[in-house]
Structure formats: structure tokens, C-alpha cells
Design a binder for this molecule. Structure first.
Ligand code: AMP
Length: 284
């Protein structure tokens, strides 16, 4: 696996691959790799000849009171894991390489509506930071295909929109959520959970599964079912910021009735358990 810290060095190799006619896939990550990330790399390999993985904890997507400084950085173990996987190049840029004039002086990409709801409402500026870094990495790598996890479903939809709006010649592929044995969606932030919180955390997915069952077997308004689930989760110790059913094709559109809910709907949840922010989703 080739490792690069500068854009110029990475692009020299990418250019050679392109001349050889190789199809290039990009997997963007913030490191602290787990089986969810590695599954994206395996998917990337199925769609391309060469796989580039980036590890960059992007300061632009963190709010002032968020975990940018404490975000787990585990480069040595990440590299060891990548060597066991079909990754051809690892891009490890510094802040200076990405934002040479400082992050405040850098152009930013703003995705209205889709970027302002759900996680965008909970975390102002978050999707602007995501859209900016992903656009930048697309510009640097110019991949033929890029893989994103369905765990961050809104992010996946936002990137698809970005690619459509700007005519980026990049195929975007979503990869299924990887879960722990007890159902908890894998996330680098799970390690913030205390032992007691870790026991409770899978209940988020459990509730989503129960809700899906209740919606699909019921009729009429979905809101009472959502309220009941929210109460159950809050009794367990969660502070839920959203629990909602949306149209997959347009997350801005709520699905209010069981009759409207079908395989074009998705149940999305976010909340805090202690200080840890967890998100999850399940298609109906
Ligand atoms: P992150 O390092 O958290 O920014 O995530 C990098 C990529 O990995 C994103 O496309 C995420 O959606 C994806 N990802 C993170 N966790 C999971 C998971 N449990 N299952 C599938 N994809 C994931």
C-alpha cells in the first residue's frame, strides 16, 4: 500500500493509474477504522481496479463544542488494518495540506434544505464541512466511484445531491450498515460510551426494529408510535434529538401514515447517551 501526505505525490500515482486505464475508487474516512470502514473498502474493490482511502479528521465539520480534539486518532492500527485489506493507496493529509490558508479562508460548499434538516439541524455547519471536504477530496482524487456508508444516510443522500448538482463524473455507491453482534451500529464514537451506556446503546436499533414492525403491521398516523418509542428510549437514558420516518428519495418529506410507509421510506434516529451522540436508521 502506498501512503501519501501530499496532494502532489498522490496525484503523481493517480495519473499513472489513469494512463493505464485503471478505474479508481475513493473511500473517505476520519480514521479509527472498524469493520464498517473496511466493508466500504471491500465494496470499493468490487467496483474499481484501484482503491484509495483517505484518513482525515476534518476540523470544518466539527462545531465549537464538539469532539474534534478528542476524536480517536489511531493511525498505527488503522495502517495495520488497511494492509490486511485491498487498499492500494492511503492519503493522510495534514490540515495545512487541506486548508493552506486556514479553514476560515477556504471556499465552502453549502447544500440547502437537505443539509439543514435532521443532523444538519442538530449540528449547524456540519454538512457544510462534509460537503466541502468531500468536494475537495473528489477534486484531488477524481475517482470514478466513491463509497459511503448507509449508517450516515443523510450524508450519503447529500453527497448524491452534490454530485448531481455539480455534474461530478463520479458514481456514488451506498454500503450497508455494519453492526456489532448486539445490533449497535459500528461507530468510532461508540468507544466514548461507559460500560453501562454500552449495555443500553443497542436499544436504539432495537426500538427502530420494533417501530418498523409496528408501522408495517399498523394503520393510520405514525406519530403516536414515534412518541411511544421516544418515551421508551428516554426512560432508558437517551436524549433523542430526532426519530422520524422520511421518504428515501427526499429526506425533507415526512411520511405521516402507515399506509404511505413502504420500501421507499426510512426510519431515522439520532440522540445522545450521556455525552455520546449516536445515529442509526432502518429502511421500512
Ligand atoms: P467516518 O470515519 O465516521 O467519517 O466514516 C467514514 C465512512 O464510513 C462514511 O461513509 C460512513 O458512513 C462509513 N461508516 C461509518 N460507520 C459505518 C458502519 N457502521 N457501517 C457502514 N459504514 C459506516
Amino acid at each position: 500500500m502506498h501512503t501519501f501526505e501530499t496532494i502532489t505525490d498522490l496525484q503523481t500515482l493517480l495519473q499513472q493509474w489513469r494512463v493505464q486505464g485503471q478505474r479508481i475508487a475513493l473511500v473517505t474516512t476520519m480514521g479509527n477504522l472498524h469493520a464498517g470502514h473496511l466493508a466500504l473498502i471491500d465494496t470499493a474493490r468490487q467496483h474499481a481496479d484501484k482503491v484509495v482511502t483517505s484518513i482525515y479528521v476534518n476540523p470544518l465539520q466539527f462545531g465549537p463544542n464538539e469532539d474534534f480534539t478528542t476524536y480517536p486518532r489511531t493511525l498505527e492500527t488503522d495502517i495495520a488494518q488497511l494492509k490486511q485489506h485491498p487498499c492500494d493507496a492511503l492519503f493522510l493529509p495534514s490540515d495545512n495540506e487541506i486548508y493552506p490558508r486556514g479553514k476560515k479562508a477556504h471556499s465552502q460548499i453549502y447544500v440547502p434544505q437537505l443539509g439543514e434538516i435532521l443532523c444538519g439541524a442538530d449540528r449547524p455547519g456540519f454538512f457544510q464541512g462534509i460537503a466541502t471536504i468531500v468536494t475537495k477530496l473528489f477534486g484531488i482524487v477524481k475517482p470514478d466511484v466513491a463509497i459511503f456508508g448507509e449508517k450516515d444516510f443523510q450524508q450519503l443522500m447529500l453527497i448524491k445531491r452534490l454530485v448531481r448538482d455539480f455534474y461530478f463524473p463520479i458514481e456514488i455507491i451506498g454500503a450497508p450498515i455494519q453492526r456489532e453482534i448486539d445490533g449497535l451500529a459500528m461507530s468510532s464514537r461508540n468507544q466514548y460510551l461507559s460500560a453501562a451506556e454500552r449495555q443500553i446503546a443497542p436499544q436504539l436499533y432495537q426500538q427502530l426494529c420494533e417501530l418498523r414492525g409496528a408501522i408495517l403491521s399498523g394503520s393510520g398516523a405514525i406519530a403516536p408510535l414515534l412518541i411511544q418509542s421516544k418515551i421508551k428510549l428516554e426512560q432508558l437514558g437517551f436524549r433523542i434529538t430526532y426519530l422520524t420516518v422520511r421518504k428515501i428519495s427526499d429526506l425533507c418529506q415526512m411520511v405521516d401514515n402507515a399506509e404511505q410507509a413502504s420500501d421507499n421510506s426510512i426510519l431515522l434516529a439520532a440522540g445522545y447517551l450521556g455525552k455520546t451522540r449516536l445515529i442509526d436508521n432502518i429502511k421500512l
